[in-house]
Ligand binder design. Structure first.
Ligand code: KG4
Ligand code: ZN
Length: 342
């Protein structure tokens, strides 16, 4: 539950129902289980969040839900629930792009004003975006294959680490030597802001297959992998900051958001680079980096404030680029099984 006024943004309550346990047996997310878990838990979760905030349905002035991109079953369950509330209470519905939630997430915690440069790094996405206002996003560069979070998750799986991939790799990396295993930094020698992580993943697989895979070697691979991701993101961020300095005639704010932005080594490296470039740096608190409802509520409230809402037949979308114009003109990043998920 979120209250937005001209003076401040207040998160009145927030709840997360994690499904990690439900999927753990299967070694990855099972779409059918994810969809069912949404259907089963949403009602209770909403009730709890309202109780925490001390408000009832009659106090709501709008309802926001993610309408994509993502696993379609879960998105449909959430969107249908929001439609039901909107219809029953006669309040507006806002169908939010999940990526817009991440893009606006820094504004939950701080007075981050437009425009700002965003590095959005999550499990499904890795892109540089110039955030120029609510609904005004310009994609400047993107991964051409895997997302950074996906590479963290695959690395964890290859090394047999349990729990969510990113935090597990981060924990192991803290015990390892980042220079012990030589790993590539794909696309670093090429100009532009595009990134690539699939070659790094293959190199991690090869390193993991070399026996014996001792605890020390596992930690070294994690440290080397994390350092390689940090190098890629730092070099490309430096370039992105240079580019937006030209566009806006001055350095301004550099924001990193999305699940991977919860990684402390990465945050520190990106912050140092931003400082060097004369940018203000901001990363949301950890709980608002990984997926959360507060950022979707904020995006919905910001849209409502601008008079924007959505029709009851708005569909759930498995794919939905943040910058639709760029996605249409550079389709290698767009739809299709072979295209980047980003
Ligand atoms: O934003 P998010 O919660 O969900 C998506 O929209 O994808 O991001 C999840 C991704 C996962 O790949 C997860 O392993 C990664 O963020 N992640 C991390 C850390 N915490 C979560 N990656 C590196 N270090 C972390 N501490
Ligand atoms: Zn996300």
């Amino acid at each position: 539950m979120l209250r937005l006024s001209l003076e401040k943004t207040e998160v009145l309550s927030e709840r997360i129902a994690s499904q990690t346990e439900d999927h753990a047996l299967y070694g990855g997310v099972v779409p059918e289980i994810a969809a069912r878990a949404h259907v089963e838990r949403l009602d209770g979760l909403i009730r709890l969040a309202m109780k925490d905030a001390g408000i009832g349905f009659g106090d709501l002035s709008g309802v926001a839900a993610t309408a994509g991109p993502g696993l379609i079953g879960g998105v449909m369950a959430g969107l249908a629930t929001a439609k039901a509330i909107a219809l029953a209470r006669g309040i507006p519905l806002v169908a939010v792009n999940h990526l817009e939630g991440h893009a606006l997430s820094p504004r939950l915690a701080d007075d981050v004003s437009f425009p700002y440069l965003l590095l959005l790094v999550s499990g499904g996405h890795c892109q540089f975006v110039s955030v120029e206002g609510v609904g005004k996003y310009r994609r400047l560069g993107s991964t051409i294959d895997d997302a950074a979070g996906e590479a963290f998750d695959k690395t964890a799986k290859l090394l047999g680490l349990s729990g969510q991939g990113g935090p597990a790799v981060e924990r192991e990396a803290a015990k390892g030597d980042p220079d012990a295993v030589d790993l590539p930094r794909p696309l670093l020698d090429r100009p532009g802001l595009d990134m690539s992580f699939s070659g790094l993943k293959t190199a991690v697989r090869r390193a993991a297959e070399e026996m014996p895979l001792t605890d020390k070697r596992r930690a070294d691979i994690c440290a080397g992998f994390q350092a390689a991701v940090a190098d890629i993101l730092v070099v490309k961020s430096a370039r992105a900051m240079e580019l937006v300095t030209h566009i806006h005639n001055a350095p301004h704010t550099f924001v990193v958001a999305g699940g991977v932005a919860a990684n402390k080594t990465l945050r520190a490296r990106l912050e140092a680079e931003a400082r060097r470039a004369g940018f203000r740096f901001f990363a949301p608190p950890l709980r608002w980096c990984t997926d959360n409802a507060a950022m979707i509520a904020l995006a919905g409230a910001e849209r409502l404030r601008l008079g924007v809402n959505d029709a009851m037949d708005t569909p759930a979308r498995a794919r939905w680029p943040l910058d639709e114009a760029s996605a249409a003109s550079a389709p290698i990043y767009g739809a299709g099984k072979k295209g980047a998920k980003a």
